[in-house]
Design a protein around this ligand. Structure first.
Ligand code: AMP
Length: 420
């Protein structure tokens, strides 16, 4: 299968060649033909599957075929849940449209709106946006959505998690009812299905990889540890293993900040990326991490969503997510593009039920290891941690149980020291 055989025009093939892609990824093979036919598409795909090119390439082809109007009304709208994802999609659009006469822009909140307004004033064919800023600028009369032909909803599940349902409904009311709709989501909960019904018309459904199966290239290790020993264990792992680029997940923003400080005091350069950080702080952290200046990036699930960091060797779950699907997203950040990766989880007693839910969802039973000097606390409660200020919404069907999992029976002394 080649990009050419999918029916893409030369200007796009050239741009794809420039990116160095040789063959289309599975989601691209499945999504590009129906989109080119003008059909609505509902796609199950997460970051790392090549989904962005999967919708961007055919979208650009359709737009380039219709004659460019002098005043360039907005003809394609891509909605994303986060600023980072918006920026990434925009960069993709720019790369792939390099040899086409199409203009694009990106808008998101948290930064001055004036440069964005100025950009829009020149006329753009494609707009990538987060919902809040889009509605703001529409309200102020800086853009019109009345000529939108293609509407893309990227990471729809995360949109709902972040409470954007009302914004999506509002935006839907501003675009013409006759249009092509593309919706991408990593998971398919009842809410996602009902959202799809309100947006898509007789969609072609495509899937990238079977949902909720974890990538084989990723080695998954579970360390049982006492809660208060987690930080020191993480420091030991980073230092002993001489890890250079580690993505660490915490459940809360506060937890991310706290961990960063502790890593810093151990002279491990770390930065946090989460919703309370300013846009410039997030961009700085991400680019520092990508170019290896920042050794550890500590992230919450929402902030990490959609970040495009290729070839990550180590992902650590400092805390397990309370939504089991997030585990699959998190570890999907390693072992990408054919590289081997290691996903490590530090699990304390109160995360027992989260681990059980993850095992149930991913249909696997992990070997639980213990590292000498970092033993779990045998007296700690196995009740799940209190939910303070975090997300409460739950996707999908699996709920954590309060039952004791196979912790006690499943654990083995670590072969960690021997293995190294
Ligand atoms: P995405 O899932 O869209 O975030 O893409 C993940 C990564 O895969 C990005 O770095 C893309 O540049 C890259 N990518 C997309 N399509 C291909 C392809 N056909 N071959 C190789 N890499 C690709």
């Amino acid at each position: 299968m080649t990009f050419k055989s999918l029916g893409l025009i030369e200007a796009l093939l050239k741009a794809v060649r420039l990116q160095g892609y040789e063959t289309p990824s599975p989601i691209q093979q499945k999504a590009i033909p129906p989109i080119l036919e003008g059909l609505d598409v509902l796609a199950s795909a997460q970051t790392g599957t090549g989904k962005t090119a999967g919708f961007t390439l055919p979208m650009l082809q359709i737009l380039s075929k219709n004659s460019v109007l002098h005043r360039r009304p907005l003809r394609a709208l891509v909605l994303t849940p986060t600023r980072e994802l918006a920026d990434q999609v925009y960069n993709n659009v720019k790369h792939y449209s390099k040899f086409l006469d199409l203009r694009s822009a990106v808008i998101f909140g948290g930064v001055n709106q004036n440069p964005q307004i100025k950009h829009l004033r020149n006329g753009v064919d494609i707009l990538v946006a987060t919902p809040g800023r889009l509605i703001d600028l529409e309200n102020q009369g800086h853009l019109s959505l009345s000529k939108v032909e293609i509407f893309v909803l990227d990471e729809a599940d995360r949109m709902l998690d972040m409470g954007f349902k009302r914004d999506i409904d509002k935006i839907r009311s501003l675009i013409p009812s006759k249009r092509q709709n593309l919706m991408f989501s990593a998971t398919f909960s009842r809410e996602i299905k009902s959202l799809a019904q309100t947006i898509l018309q007789r969609p072609t459904v495509v899937e990238a990889t079977p949902e909720n199966t974890t990538v084989e290239a990723i080695a998954q290790q579970i360390y049982r540890v006492a809660k208060e020993k987690k930080t020191n264990l993480l420091i030991k792992l980073i230092q002993d293993g001489n890890w250079k680029q580690v993505l660490v997940f915490t459940r809360t923003k506060h937890g991310a900040n706290k961990l960063c400080k502790k890593l810093e005091s151990a002279r491990i350069f770390a930065m946090a990326i989460h919703g309370n950080k300013s846009q410039s702080a997030r961009t700085r952290a991400l680019s520092g991490f990508k170019n290896h200046e920042v050794r550890v990036l500590v992230a919450t699930d929402i902030a990490a969503r959609g970040l495009d960091i290729p070839l990550l060797p180590h992902v650590v779950n400092y805390e397990l997510p309370n939504i089991p699907e997030d585990y699959v997203h998190r570890i999907g950040r390693t072992g990408r593009a054919g590289a081997n990766g290691v996903a490590l989880s530090l699990v304390c007693a109160e995360e027992t039920s989260y681990l059980a839910s993850i095992e149930k969802l991913t249909k696997q039973r992990f070997k639980k290891e213990i590292i000498d000097g970092f033993e779990p606390d045998p007296n700690a409660s196995t009740l799940p941690p209190k939910q303070g200020g975090g997300r409460h919404q739950r996707r999908g069907g699996v709920r954590p149980t309060n039952k004791r999992s196979g912790f006690a029976s499943g654990a083995s002394r670590s072969s960690y020291n021997r293995r190294r």
